[in-house]
Ligand binder design. Structure first.
Ligand code: C2E
Ligand code: MG
Ligand code: MG
Ligand code: MG
Length: 277
């Protein structure tokens, strides 16, 4: 009996693996088609300054609706695009599209900073800084209106090489934030060496902030660390007024989350947040 069950467990496991592999291949194929046919979209989620209560910027977030697969979450397709290398072309598209949008929105004296997520493989490309500089040039955009969101995993990879790239990016005038701060390998020493401007507190610490004292302790520590290093700090995933008030009392500089708005189609972002600016 034991032997039989072992075998069927194995078959079950194998079937699961095949389904996983199949759907990844399917998603990879569909993503290549979508990129070619310009079916990816960027949505924009407002970023709010707690001191002025103003929307000062927006994070660009990838959206993909496949006719067969439906709406696919970036949490699902980005890891696959990273494995297959498609993230390089996709990331280029994101960079160009977000910069073009920033150029369109920063007209008539309006000032809006657009945050762009960068994946590890994209950042590792030898021409990453050059292609960023070219995209800014092409759009005639003041680089200060772009902020790159980099995860801790990007930053700890090859410290000397990373430092060179970050310095070159800072020299362009582009801002940089550490995304999902606190969830990666926390080597705090890089924070003082890298020319970054901001820490983004991960949503997982914000979610239960008003109920969990440990989260309050962590968030308090991140904010005080950021300020001691003269960095700004933003909290993501703010969903309630109570969370906002608590973050405000802890002197968090900025917030982002469903309380203000979900990520929006650029036209909706314009009508809701840019018409009176
Ligand atoms: P992220 O960069 O940490 O982006 C924030 C995520 O939190 C977004 O999920 C956003 O929609 C979600 N979010 C914001 N406020 C709230 C809230 O109040 N409640 C909840 N439950 N969620 C909130 P999204 O758009 O699904 O993106 C997931 C992740 O995919 C991003 O996390 C980022 O790591 C990655 N991603 C998205 N767009 C890009 C891109 O253009 N390039 C790269 N490399 N990665 C991207
Ligand atoms: Mg981000
Ligand atoms: Mg984040
Ligand atoms: Mg996050």
């Amino acid at each position: 009996h034991v032997k039989e069950r072992g075998r069927s467990d194995f078959r079950f496991y194998q079937r699961q693996m095949n389904i996983g592999l199949l759907s990844r291949m399917k998603i990879d194929h569909a993503m290549r088609q979508a990129l070619e046919h310009q079916e990816f979209r960027l949505h924009y989620q407002p970023l709010v300054d707690l001191e002025t209560q103003q929307v000062y910027g927006a994070e660009a977030l990838l959206r993909w609706h496949d006719p067969e697969l439906g709406e696919v979450s970036p949490a699902k397709f980005i890891p696959i695009a990273e494995e297959t290398g498609l993230i390089i072309a996709l990331g280029q598209w994101v960079m160009h599209t977000a910069i073009a949008q920033a150029a369109a929105w920063n007209k008539d004296g309006r000032q809006l900073r657009i945050s762009v997520n960068v994946s590890a493989l994209q950042f590792q490309q030898a021409n990453f800084v050059d292609s960023l500089a070219n995209a800014l040039d092409d759009a005639h955009l003041d680089p200060g209106f772009i902020e790159l969101e980099l995860t801790e995993s990007i930053l700890i990879r090859d410290i000397e090489e990373t430092l060179k790239k970050l310095n070159a990016i800072a020299k362009l005038g582009v801002k940089m934030a550490v995304d999902d701060f606190g969830t990666g390998y926390s080597s705090l020493s890089y924070l003082k060496r890298f020319p970054i401007n901001k820490l983004k507190i991960d949503r997982s610490f914000v979610m239960n902030l008003t109920k969990d004292e440990s989260d309050v302790a962590i968030v308090t520590a991140i904010i005080s660390l950021a300020h001691a290093l003269k960095l700004k700090v933003i909290a993501e995933g703010v969903e309630t007024e109570e969370q906002k008030q608590l973050l405000s009392s802890l002197h968090c500089n900025e917030i982002q989350g469903y309380l203000i708005s979900r990520p929006l189609h650029p036209q909706d972002f314009e009508t809701q947040f840019l018409t009176n600016v």
